[in-house]
Design a protein around this ligand. Structure first.
Ligand SMILES: [Zn+2]
Ligand SMILES: [Zn+2]
Length: 263
């Protein structure tokens, strides 16, 4: 059974297409569920061009509610992609606490003022010690996990998006973060959008996924689609690979409680 839990909407200002088109694509592909997880509102100065505003948030809720009624043939979930940014943890805590999501995906997109997955800031990789940047990034993801605000950790090694990787790999650095995921009983997203980027790999890579499987960390699948054509991006191939690694299940979420469905 296939489920795509990482789907954006036009409200984030950098996705295209109507939500109906994403849903119809999911139905066409025979998916059991689709979950929208658009970027949450954040206080004024935090990346305003990539997210809905606070006054737009009720629109998001209404939209998903209407779609759930319109498409009884597929399960549609209400998710959200929430940013971890130390200065705004209290804002996010309040926002997540006030709303009833099916699941909350936590993501690190900024290290201070550096938007690590934003093309606008790609030049920064040339000025950084890549090993240090990876250390800082994974340490920040671990801090995000320790806030206990999220159900799922997004695109774990997205810092590889533009192809910059430490010479000796980063399994050891990532493993520390996996331990925090395990300790806090969170779920990890297997995000196929990396296959559309310079990285040309799923987030996270197979070496890390092997470790995730050994540690029995639960997973969800996400395409991070910003266009209807990206819905369920390379899921068949990814599921085959996950089975080869040893995964048997993915998670489904309702009201922030997870259950397992077999792959
Ligand atoms: Zn993201
Ligand atoms: Zn996303």
């Amino acid at each position: 059974m296939l489920i795509d839990y990482h789907v954006h909407t036009k409200l984030c200002k950098h996705a295209v297409g109507e939500p109906e088109e994403y849903i119809e694509k999911a139905i066409e592909k025979g998916f059991a569920e689709i979950g929208f997880s658009d970027h949450c509102p954040m206080p004024g100065d935090y990346d305003p061009e990539s997210r809905m505003t606070e006054p737009e948030f009720p629109e998001y809720l209404n939209m998903i509610g209407k779609l759930q009624k319109k498409y009884p043939e597929i399960v549609i979930k209400l998710g959200i992609e929430v940013d971890y940014f130390p200065k705004y943890v209290d804002y996010v805590r309040k926002f997540v606490g006030e709303n009833r999501f099916d699941y909350v995906i936590g993501a690190v997109h900024f290290l201070d003022s550096w938007g690590i997955d934003n093309e606008k800031f790609v030049g920064e990789y040339k000025h950084r010690d890549i090993n240090e940047a990876y250390n800082l990034y994974f340490k920040t993801v671990t801090d995000a996990i320790e806030t206990k605000l999220f159900d799922v950790v997004a695109h774990l090694d997205i810092i590889k998006k533009f192809g910059y990787k430490p010479e000796n790999g980063y399994l050891e650095i990532a493993t520390e973060t996996l331990k925090a995921i395990k300790k806090n009983d969170l779920c990890l997203e297997v995000n196929t959008s990396g296959l559309r980027k310079i990285a040309k790999e799923v987030y996270p890579n197979d070496e890390i996924l092997q470790k995730v499987c050994e540690m029995e960390i639960p997973i969800i699948l996400g395409s991070d689609s910003h266009a209807p054509s990206e819905m369920g991006w390379y899921f068949d191939e990814t599921v085959e690979n996950l089975k080869r690694i040893g995964f048997k299940n993915i998670c489904s979420f309702s009201g922030r409680k997870r259950t397992f469905v077999s792959l």
